[in-house]
Design a protein around this ligand. Structure first.
Ligand code: UGA
Length: 447
């Protein structure tokens, strides 16, 4: 049989990367997104967001780009998508609902309602979005109701575990593939699509719908819990005079605990962990299982307290008052090597300081445009050095490698006072102190 033809619906961090990766694996791919500007960029082989390696992959495969394979095309026609694809990946986002914990399923619902009436031939719809458990069963019923192909149009649930800033690598070399199946063809077709990773030894786990949906939300909850655990230890270290960085290293050597995701700081942000744990709590409540996840409320509060503690640390460094003080903020994105500022702890801290009267100047290597769009009233500078000019205190809030390489002496020449606060625990305190800086960090002793 010829290779299955693939469509990707929703071309954000997940979908754009998935579409490019599928083309890289050799499939003919058709992408659709409802945002025209995103499509225009993609059609020219440009990535709609900064993601290492993505633009290279797009240029290698987008039709019309010189020297490309031409395997990746885009359309705004649902009819064309329905007629083209054997396998349709749903990659639309499920943000937090405004003013509620629950996930907003309207993009997923609209995508299914737009696609299903055009499924005239046998097709597999594959959900990759992070959804409340129970959604797949509901969506399968909706497809059965709307698709002219009837039960030849099948749904599978295949959660995605990619990390932003490693999206290309994680998509081409996943550490596991999980497939919730709802019919006879899902497993076989997805084994064919993922043949290369499977051949490379990637575990392929087949489950029912609810388990597949829960694998994703429980994995993100575990990661969030691990971060909040170490941040809770940071709070205790602050009270007792301990050093959370040493503590994390020491407990992490126990391989039952592991060293990853034990970096204390201003906590987790982004478009996934914060909203996923909240949506999970909301769904558990609907299912009558809210007690099982009540600890996630604590995970969330610890996380938010770290942002507040960073603001307090800044206030303290400035002698108790923020009004009119000049603060340089290094980093705006929720993590390095990304331009994503969604629920970014760095931008949140910068915003809190600004709202309390400080003059905040932000610099970020890739997130400036997005940060400006979210928080236009903050000051922005074109480099770390420019942000730091005249500053009463410097805050390191996203651990970009260029900040690790900053020269403390050079930066010291432009600031008003040599005060630096490390919100990510990746700078070397000895180096900064040697250059005459007062160095403070979350969960670490003050010298
Ligand atoms: C997360 C998961 O790691 C992915 O597996 C998942 O697929 C993805 O969500 C998703 O649901 O789509 P991502 O949001 O890209 O990926 O970012 P992470 O690398 O998990 O980092 C999340 C936040 O935690 C960042 O703000 C980071 O700075 C923070 N973090 C991470 C810490 O504060 N300490 C750590 O030790 C690790």
């Amino acid at each position: 049989m010829a290779s299955p033809k693939i469509t990707v619906i929703g071309l954000g961090y997940l979908g754009a990367t998935h579409a490019a990766a599928m083309a890289e694996l050799g499939f003919e791919v058709l992408g659709l997104d409802v945002v025209p500007e995103k499509m225009r960029k993609l059609e020219q082989g440009q990535a709609p967001m900064f993601e290492p390696g993505l633009e290279e992959l797009l240029r290698a495969h987008v039709a019309g780009v010189e020297g490309s394979t031409g395997r990746l095309r885009f359309t705004d026609s649902w009819e064309e998508v329905g007629a083209f694809g054997d396998v349709h990946f749903l990659c639309v986002n499920t943000p937090q609902k405004h003013g509620e914990f629950a996930a907003d399923m309207s993009y997923v619902d609209r995508a299914v309602d737009s696609l299903a009436p055009h499924l005239h031939q046998p097709a597999l719809v594959v959900g990759k979005s992070t959804v409340p458990v129970g959604s797949a069963e509901r969506l399968a019923a909706r497809i059965a109701e709307l698709a002219p192909a009837g039960d030849e149009a099948e749904l599978a649930w295949n959660p995605e575990f990619l990390r932003e800033s490693f999206a290309v690598k994680d998509t081409l070399h996943p550490d596991r593939i999980v497939v919730g199946v709802g019919g006879p063809r899902g497993e076989g077709l997805l084994r064919e699509v993922y043949a290369r990773p499977i051949a490379e030894g990637t575990p392929f786990l087949v489950t029912d719908f609810p388990t597949a949906e829960l694998v994703k939300t429980s994995a993100n909850s575990f990661l969030a819990t691990k971060i909040s655990f170490i941040n809770a230890m940071a709070e205790v270290c602050e009270a007792a005079g301990g050093d959370v960085v040493k503590l994390a290293e020491a407990i992490g050597h126990d391989d039952r605990i592991g060293r990853k995701f034990l970096r204390a700081g201003i906590g987790f942000g982004g478009g996934c962990l914060p909203k996923d744990i909240r949506a999970f709590m909301a769904r558990a409540g609907e299912l009558g299982a809210s007690e099982a996840l009540s600890f996630l409320r604590e995970v969330d509060s610890i996380n938010m307290r770290r942002r507040a503690q960073m603001v307090e640390l800044a206030r303290d460094a400035l002698g108790g008052a923020l009004l009119g003080k000049r603060i340089a903020v290094l980093g705006a994105t929720f993590k390095p090597d990304s331009d994503d500022v969604r629920d970014s702890p760095a931008l949140n801290v910068a915003g809190q300081l600004h709202l309390q009267g400080a003059q905040v100047t932000v610099y970020d290597p890739k997130g400036m445009e997005n940060a400006r769009a979210v928080f236009p009233t903050l000051g922005y500078a074109d480099s770390a050095l420019d942000a730091a000019r005249g500053a009463d205190v410097v805050l390191h809030l996203t651990e970009w490698s260029e900040f690790k390489e900053l020269d403390p002496a050079g930066l010291g020449d432009v600031v008003a006072t040599r005060h630096i606060l490390d919100g990510r625990n990746t700078l070397d305190p000895a180096l900064w102190r040697k250059a005459g800086w007062t160095f403070r960090a979350l969960g670490r002793p003050t010298l």
